[in-house]
Design a protein around this ligand. Structure first.
Ligand SMILES: Cc1ncc(COP(=O)(O)O)c(C=O)c1O
Length: 370
């Protein structure tokens, strides 16, 4: 049996009619860049998150960069974040001319450990970017308390956590969050797309200026901006797919529950994801830890099961950040996790038999290797 890590075709087939007619509408109206479908999506997605305003961009990276600039992050400032995320989290900080300052992660949730924030603070610290990794919200309340105490902005990286809930509130919790709609995400476009959601109307307005050459009124540019506009096709497709997000989120959670049940006897050999009691994890990824991770990955490949590693190298050890002076040993938790982490197949359309096949294969590996 073949079990891909993600199945974008199955996902398309489950919304084919709605998506096809959304695409046709864009063609008929010629609304190719921003325009009415993107505006409709901004309203719908903001409302979905229980916010009033959002600004659509052409990627999650662009959303993070523009939100940081609009929040006042300037060249030479420092922004605290996690070393255990996709590279784009730190990259967005660098794109503002600011410097990422990393703090280690909690070994259970893999999210930024708020207890270590103090060690990264300096006079130049301007903001904190927590990431809701794999779909599990970070400890936002404690992070916001720290930020308030030191007059810092909090911009949440929600790129992997659409529809996640923290203490009864949908993310973003602290007021401003950035999402990616890269095709593999829980809500995926058919191309590149992202959005900033915020309760700060001025910030949203600034992002809208920045994403389109800082032009207002027409032909007047009061500052240097970017071309980070969302395409009409993506807005229309995302509008159609958003209606399914609750259903898809529940399917992901049910799949995770089944993995948990089938794998729980193997907990002496592998570590399962730990969902905190006060959050709703949306399982963008279902990642386990295994001592012999690389062997397990190869073994599963032999059984037709594809897996992923998110992420094999923590950001502070990436060549691009060599000049920041971090070393192996700087963040022991992130480094240890990166050596053992393995993402199993996870998507809403995953069938029970496929999950059983994955679990059986992992059991076979665990019981036949020392
Ligand atoms: C945690 C995180 N941050 C940022 C990004 C960047 O989003 P995008 O690929 O849409 O630029 C991604 C996804 O790729 C992500 O997973």
């Amino acid at each position: 049996m073949n079990v891909p890590i993600i199945d974008l075709k199955a996902n398309y087939n489950s919304v084919k009619q709605e998506v096809d007619s959304a695409i046709q509408n864009v063609l008929d109206d010629g609304a190719f860049v921003l325009g009415k479908y993107v505006e409709e999506f901004e309203r719908n997605f903001a409302a979905f998150c229980n916010y009033e305003h959002a600004a659509a961009t052409n990627s999650g990276t662009a959303a993070l960069q523009l939100a940081l600039i609009a929040a006042g992050v300037r060249p030479g400032d420092e922004v605290i974040t996690t070393p255990f995320s996709f590279f784009a989290t730190a990259e967005a900080i660098s794109l503002c001319g600011a410097v990422p300052k990393f703090v280690d992660v909690d070994p259970e949730t893999y999210n930024l450990d708020f207890r270590q924030l103090d060690g990264a603070l300096s006079k130049r610290t301007k903001a904190i970017v927590p990431v809701h990794l794999y779909g599990q919200p970070a400890d936002v309340d404690e992070i916001v308390d720290f930020a308030d105490e030191h007059d810092l902005r909090v911009i949440e990286d929600c790129c992997q956590a659409h529809n996640a809930v923290y203490r009864g509130k949908k993310i973003p919790v602290a007021g401003t969050g950035c999402f990616s709609f890269y095709p593999t995400k829980n809500l995926g476009a058919f191309g590149e797309a992202g959005i900033v959601v915020s309760s700060d109307d001025e910030l949203i307005d600034k992002v809208k200026l920045l994403r389109a050459h800082y032009e207002r009124p027409k032909n007047v540019h009061n500052d240097i901006g970017y071309n980070y506009r969302m395409e009409g096709f993506q807005g229309a497709i995302l509008n159609a797919k958003l209606k399914k997000l609750d259903e898809w989120t529940e399917a992901r959670r049910n799949n995770a529950k089944l993995y948990n049940e089938l794998l729980k006897n193997l907990e002496s050999k592998i570590t399962l994801p730990k969902e905190k009691s006060y959050v709703k994890h949306v399982f963008h990824l279902y990642a386990i830890q295994a001592e012999r991770r690389d062997e397990l990955k190869t073994f599963l490949e032999g059984k037709g099961i594809s897996t992923g590693i998110h992420y094999p190298t923590p950001i502070h050890l990436q060549p691009a950040y060599e000049d920041l002076g971090y070393k192996e040993g700087s963040f022991p938790n992130a480094e240890a996790i990166s050596k053992k982490i393995l993402s199993l197949p996870m998507y809403p359309e995953l069938a029970r038999e496929q999950i059983e096949h994955v679990a059986n294969a992992i059991r076979e590996f665990c019981t036949t290797t020392p």
